[in-house]
Design a binder for this molecule. Structure first.
Ligand SMILES: Nc1ncnc2c1ncn2[C@@H]1O[C@H](COP(=O)(O)OP(=O)(O)O)[C@@H](O)[C@H]1O
Ligand SMILES: [Mg+2]
Length: 229
């Protein structure tokens, strides 16, 4: 039998309807053919895997976001020498094809109580450094864009790396990890609480963010860690 090539999936990928909502909300996806599985939803795109091969992930951008596709493709081309990013295989007008990366992102690590070690943080720092060396400006690094794969990590969602400026998300996350992760390490955090944290972060970011002040606001909601028995 002929081996599956990502180009075989193009007609199905092009039949997908993906729409962006108002503001920073997840995209909406129309009906999905049985051969495809939606494995992730972001605010710009939805990501699919074809049943014939788990090697490829198809990131399909919402209508009108072709610029994001162009930016992301440019960034992936520059990142081809780094093992911290997916492999870029090709693209069409509304989608890119990259390697499917197994594992769970750090947001799901918090929800499932999967331990996030200091080595994870160090590796993200290395990935950021490699992107800088490749002439990019790493941005938009948040919990859902970091995939934990056993002892290593992959960074995804690089469309903003070609833009100037620093959104400081990664610096804030690191500071939060250093100050407060010991209180919740390996414990399950409720999605409701994480939504609350995100909402508060978006508010405080506008007025000059301080991880310490932010933590003081959230601490009353975090129960003290039970002593080890
Ligand atoms: N290469 C990949 N392998 C596995 N899962 C992926 C991959 N790319 C994206 N995802 C999943 O899809 C979600 C949305 O993709 P992302 O590139 O972050 O879209 P957006 O630019 O809209 O934020 C991610 O949070 C992740 O769960
Ligand atoms: Mg994303």
């Amino acid at each position: 039998m002929k081996e599956f090539h990502w180009k075989d999936a193009v007609p199905l990928i092009e039949s997908l309807i993906v729409k962006a909502g108002e503001g920073n909300v997840p995209v909406e996806v129309g009906s999905v053919p049985t051969e495809l599985q939606c494995i992730g939803i972001g605010t710009d795109a939805a990501v699919f895997v074809h049943s014939a091969s788990s090697r490829y992930a198809f990131k399909v951008y919402a209508e009108g976001l072709e610029k994001k596709r162009i930016n992301e493709e440019r960034a992936y081309q520059k990142l081809s020498g780094s093992s911290y990013y997916p492999i870029f295989y090709g693209s069409g007008e509304r989608f890119i094809v990259i390697s499917f990366e197994s594992g769970i992102h750090l947001y799901d690590c918090l929800i499932t109580g999967t331990y996030i070690s200091p080595e994870v943080i160090e590796q993200v720092d290395k990935a950021v450094e490699e992107a800088r060396l490749a002439g990019l400006n790493p941005r938009d690094i948040h919990l859902k864009n970091i995939i934990l794969q056993g002892r290593t990590i992959k960074l995804i969602d690089v469309s903003e790396y070609v833009k100037p400026g620093n959104d400081e998300r990664w610096e804030h996350l690191k500071e939060g990890y250093r100050l407060y992760y010991p209180l919740i390490a390996s414990k399950k955090v409720s999605p409701k609480f994480l939504d609350f944290v995100k909402e508060q972060y978006e508010k405080q970011k506008l007025a000059g963010f301080s991880a310490k002040r932010f933590g003081r606001l959230l601490l009353p909601f975090v129960k003290k860690k039970e002593p080890e028995s």
